[in-house]
Design a protein around this ligand. Structure first.
Ligand code: ADP
Ligand code: MG
Length: 250
């Protein structure tokens, strides 16, 4: 579903991704962990087309988004291909990013109607199902400001799911939430994992990553320090940087 090879990205001559290679198979959950500033968000932003890479290759859902040209610089697919790939993936942000002036219902149905050309009735029926699944059946007419952070984040997950993505990316979905609201978001992601949704989750929730991820990548300073199965990384890593990082979470 995702293959990223040797992704490099710099801002004003400062390289923040120094050759990141990651692959995710259908139905797998990949967790990306690492200290603040290590390039996790930048990597997700590159894969979801919110940033462009300097070099490297990205294939999503079997389609090539970008690859290296003869001069070693990134060459993107044509516009139509890029937007088609964009429609096959979903992204859930740290700060929910709901449209503040739209109701919950409209937040979820806007893109399916405008972008996928779905009929309003059909989009609303899907939205109701998703809201039920998110335990928010009674919030369709509420506005984002009337909801808790945890509820807003569940709406933004419903909004992403309404586009029927083949792979879903989460950038620290719980880090803007009070600890008591974190559990409800993690529960939703666990349920999606049980349904074999393909997901890439940047997270500081180590227990969650340990339990839910099929594979874990530890990033530091724009590189992948270590990657492997959760047991390997969390319970028996011999890498000093990994151990030092994890020690902060115990
Ligand atoms: P993480 O998500 O792991 O905390 P980020 O990907 O947000 O890390 O940031 C990695 C580095 O890239 C940081 O040093 C950050 O300041 C820098 N960076 C991210 N986005 C930009 C940008 N748009 N312009 C300049 N520097 C950026
Ligand atoms: Mg980040």
């Amino acid at each position: 579903m995702l293959q990223a090879e040797q992704i490099r990205k710099g801002f004003d001559g400062n390289e923040v991704l120094k050759g990141i290679s990651i692959s995710v198979n259908k139905g797998e959950v990949l967790a990306i962990i690492g200290p603040s500033g290590s390039g996790k968000s930048t990597f997700l932003r590159c894969v979801t087309q919110l940033e462009t890479v300097d070099s490297g290759a990205i294939t999503l859902c079997g389609e090539t988004l970008v690859k290296n040209g003869p001069d070693g610089k990134a060459v993107y697919a044509d516009k139509a291909t890029c937007s088609r790939i964009g429609l096959r993936i979903g992204l859930v942000f740290q700060n929910f990013n709901l449209f503040p002036h739209f109701s919950v219902m409209r937040n979820i149905t806007e893109a399916p109607i405008r972008v996928l050309g779905k009929k309003r009735e059909e989009a609303e029926a899907t939205a109701r199902e998703l809201l039920k699944k998110m335990n928010l059946a009674d919030k369709a007419d509420a506005y984002p400001y009337q909801l808790s952070g945890g509820q807003q984040q569940r709406v933004s997950i419903a909004r992403a799911l309404a586009m029927e993505p083949e792979i879903l990316f989460f950038d620290e979905p719980t880090s803007a939430l009070d600890p008591e609201l974190t559990g409800e978001i993690l529960k939703v992601i666990r349920e999606l994992a049980a349904e074999h949704m393909t997901m890439v989750v940047v997270t500081h929730e180590m227990k969650f990553a340990h339990d839910v991820a099929d594979y874990v990548v530890f990033m530091d300073d724009g590189t992948i320090v270590e990657q492997g199965k959760p047991e390997q990384l969390f319970d028996s890593s011999t890498n000093e940087r990994t151990r030092a990082f994890l020690a902060r979470y115990h």
